[in-house]
Design a protein around this ligand. Sequence first.
Ligand code: NDP
Length: 340
Amino acid sequence: NKQVILRDFVVGFPKETDLYVTSGTLTLRVPEGSTGVLVKNLYLSCDPYMRGRMKKSRPGDSYVEAFQPGSPISGFGVCRVVHSGNPDFKKGDLVWGVTGWEEYSLISAPESLFKIKHTDGIPLSYYTGLLGIAGMTAYVGFFEVCSPKKGDTVFVSAASGAVGQLVGQFAKLTGCYVVGSAGSKEKVDLLKNKFKFDDAFNYKEEPDLDAALKRYFSDGIDIYFENVGGKMLDAVLLNMRRHGRIAACGMISQYNLQQPEGVHNLAQIIFKEISMVGFLLTEYFRQYPKYLEMVLPLIREGKIVYVEDTAEGLENAAGALVGLFSGKNIGKQVVVVAHE
Ligand code: NDP
């Protein structure tokens, strides 16, 4: 059983060498009397929150516990049940949920897994992103937290990523004007041509983010879907409209800093009566069936498209995960452990 192991707690930007792969043996059965399931991992999801689990946590630090050095890391993934001690799961079932970064995992509390029912014409890997946590995050963050209306002006940062590409498409389907920022020309082209954002810009080439936003939003921003924090948030605050809404989804620019950057323009929240709401998708899983009901027809009708970036094999998993923090991924970063 190949496994991806955390070498030691990470300080600063993570490196590929912070993780390594080992091989061991495993009996492909759940232990006698266990109500767990043994799964074969097919696709693993690379997610920015996993960085928080790579550091030594102090009480109150993070909403998920730290990985243990010397042990395999875990995250969301798509798996096939190979042996079950649980009456609700049988051999061959496809599921998604939290699993190990390894070939096979023993999941002792399978109640937390979602059974995959829709596979007709839908790539299984979508359950790591579009039909998994990234999709749910875009859905609740945009529709619940931002209360969008037709005609609203929407700005999305990290817009070509797993969550951002969907927020932009949901905004277009709602009749909003939407602009995204991303870190390369290739990503900007994707935003404009594939995801049909009204416009997009490369934030790395903008010396003055405030001026850049004024170029695209001459009358200001109604909704900001926040994925990056730091300087971008500061510039956005200067460009929000009265009664604007900010969904604080993530602040990836801050995750590797030992000293988070200060935000200078926070008082704009008062002057413009802005609501800025943080949210965690883990609080919204009960809405998953409702989300599927909305999104599956849109996928089948080609009204929602999704771009994935796949790394083949557990040997390439570390590079894929740490690549999130330099913008190496184009679209949702997936690790393929096995195709079936
Ligand atoms: P992405 O697929 O967007 O990958 C991360 C991207 O972030 C990179 O590709 C890069 O794109 C951008 N990035 C990395 N470092 C920086 C930086 N210093 N400044 C600006 N941009 C940077 O990831 P996800 O879509 O999975 O996640 C997006 C955000 O959503 C994250 O902040 C994440 O933590 C958050 N999230 C929150 C959840 C919640 O429940 N609240 C659940 C899931 C995700 P680029 O080339 O454009 O710089």
